[in-house]
Design a protein around this ligand. Structure first.
Ligand code: SF4
Length: 113
C-alpha cells in the first residue's frame, strides 16, 4: 500500500467518524420523538398512578402551590420529571415504559429547572 492509498483511507475514516459524531445526536432526537407516541398511556388503574394520584386531566386534581408555582399552573408539561415533546403524551421518569398526558398531573410534580 503506497502513501497515497494510506492518505485516502485515512481521509475516508475521518469522514466516517465525523459523520457518526453528527448523526448520533440527531438519531437520538428522532428516536425520542417517536418514543413518546409509541408508549402506552398510564391507565386509570395503574398502581403507581394511583399511589401518586396521577390524573390525565390536571384540572380535576387538588393541586397545592409548590416551589412558588400555583397549583393551577402545574401540569406534566412543565414538570421536571417529564421529557418535553410536541405530542399530547410525554415520557415521565416515574412511569418507565409508559407516557403521561401533557395536561396531566401527579403529586410528585416538580418545577422544571
Ligand atoms: Fe406528570 Fe411530573 Fe407526575 Fe410525571 S412526575 S406524572 S410528569 S406531574
Amino acid at each position: 500500500m503506497n502513501e497515497r492509498n494510506i492518505d485516502k483511507n485515512r481521509r475516508r475514516a475521518l469522514k466516517l467518524a465525523a459523520s457518526s459524531v453528527v448523526a448520533i445526536p440527531f438519531g437520538g432526537m428522532l428516536a425520542g420523538a417517536a418514543f413518546a407516541e409509541d408508549l402506552p398511556a398510564v391507565a386509570a388503574d395503574d398502581p403507581q398512578g394511583i399511589a401518586l394520584k396521577y390524573v390525565a386531566d390536571a384540572t380535576t386534581a387538588e393541586r397545592a402551590d409548590k416551589s412558588g408555582t400555583p397549583g393551577a399552573d402545574q401540569t406534566c408539561a412543565n414538570c421536571q420529571l417529564s421529557t418535553p415533546g410536541d405530542g399530547d403524551q410525554l415520557p415521565c421518569s416515574l412511569f418507565p415504559g409508559k407516557s403521561v398526558a401533557k395536561g396531566g398531573w401527579c403529586s410528585a410534580w416538580a418545577k422544571r429547572a
